[in-house]
Design a protein around this ligand. Structure first.
Ligand code: DON
Length: 352
């Protein structure tokens, strides 16, 4: 009996030594998934997608924020940033557009309070309604819904600690800049345009106050939220923000651990559930990637362990999601086997 146990132990030890000795160097300092596509493959597919969709005229710019209505509808840029910090770009990559709702993904509330507290204070259920719905706030048991609809996002902003609104805003801007790996700035004209017209968000904040689901001054929270939505990003910066999530919260360019690794799965699962609002179910069905859209025309999709793809093209569909960006990401994700719900995404082919 003892002899048999000794033999088993020796076999296990031998197996471990062999595994270690034969493991490739890249696996010991792994920076990307072993089944990530090659750069040449990704380049070819992005080029195909760019050519295929560049003349697509579907959708319409957001116009409830006056500034957004006059942005050139033909602007079109694509960027991929990988977890080993390779960058691939195409089209209008210098244009700085407002991040809008994509900002909701990168919240310091979760960093400061932990995921459980944010779940308790804001919740995490789909609303099945438009992102700015008043009915959802009145109807849902949590009232806040989830951190990606306007009501939930304003409530989430109210959770961030600061003595003054200015201090909170500066903290947020600094955090976004660290996630992007570059200093980001406010697009003042967007902020002014939205601040002059955001009566709907102010109404949401008062309704949240009625239900005790906002945790700082309601209008001050709306103002800081409006500023965070007006932060400018270009498509490569947005892709790097996504790649930080794909890389366990560590910025692949600066090496800084900006987001706690334990928060990343919560963020990504919320993106799957609500990242494209009432278009999220169709998106999960067709693409199978966590993604987040903004009415400025950007969408970022995260491919965990591999990288992120960001697309900017202003015309939106009825739910507020960029039409061209959805088409490009769907095309690229299908061609490169990114769909997380498919075993092919981890390298398991049907014939094997
Ligand atoms: O509060 C708003 O309505 C905008 N600042 C953000 C909305 C948004 O981006 C929704 N996205 N698809």
């Amino acid at each position: 009996m003892l002899r048999k146990r000794m033999q088993t132990r020796m076999l296990v030890a031998l197996f471990m030594v062999l595994t270690f000795a034969t493991a490739p160097l890249s696996a010991l300092s792994q920076k990307t998934s072993p089944v990530a596509p090659s750069r040449a493959q990704a380049e070819a597919v992005v080029k195909e997608a760019y050519e295929k969709f560049k003349s697509d005229t579907g959708g319409k710019n957001a116009d409830y924020i006056p500034y957004l209505a006059q942005v050139d509808s033909k602007l079109f840029g694509i960027a991929i940033v990988t977890t080993d910090n390779q960058v691939l770009t195409m089209g209008d990559i210098k244009y700085s557009f407002s991040i809008q709702s994509i900002s909701k993904v990168f919240s310091q509330a979760m960093e400061e309070l932990g995921a459980d507290k944010v779940f308790e204070k804001v919740g995490n259920e789909p609303t099945g309604r438009a992102f700015n719905s008043v009915f959802a706030v009145a109807d849902m048991p949590t009232h806040t819904g989830n951190p990606y609809v306007n009501a939930g996002a304003i409530s989430t902003v109210s959770l961030i600690s600061a003595k003054t609104a200015d201090e909170k805003w500066n903290k947020i801007l600094d955090f976004y800049s660290r996630v992007a790996g570059e200093k980001l700035v406010l697009i003042d004209e967007v902020y002014k345009s939205e601040a002059a017209t955001n009566t709907g968000n102010k109404a949401l904040s008062m309704l949240l106050a009625k239900y005790d689901r906002i945790y700082a001054d309601p209008f001050e929270s709306v103002d800081v939220y409006t500023k965070q939505c007006s932060v400018g990003v270009n498509v490569a910066q947005l892709a790097r923000m996504g790649a930080t999530l794909a890389n366990n919260g560590k910025n692949p360019a600066t090496g800084e651990q900006v987001i706690k690794p334990e928060n990343v799965p919560h963020i990504l699962s919320t993106m799957v559930m609500a990242g494209l609002y009432d278009g999220s179910g169709g998106w999960a069905w067709r693409v199978g990637l966590p993604a987040k859209s903004g009415v400025g025309g950007g969408i970022v999709a995260v491919v965990p362990g591999k990288g992120a793809i960001a697309v900017f093209a202003p015309p939106l569909d009825e739910a507020g999601n960029s039409v061209k960006a959805q088409k490009v990401i769907e095309y690229v994700a299908n061609k490169l086997d990114f769909n997380l719900f498919s075993p092919r995404s981890v390298g398991l082919k049907a014939s094997e």
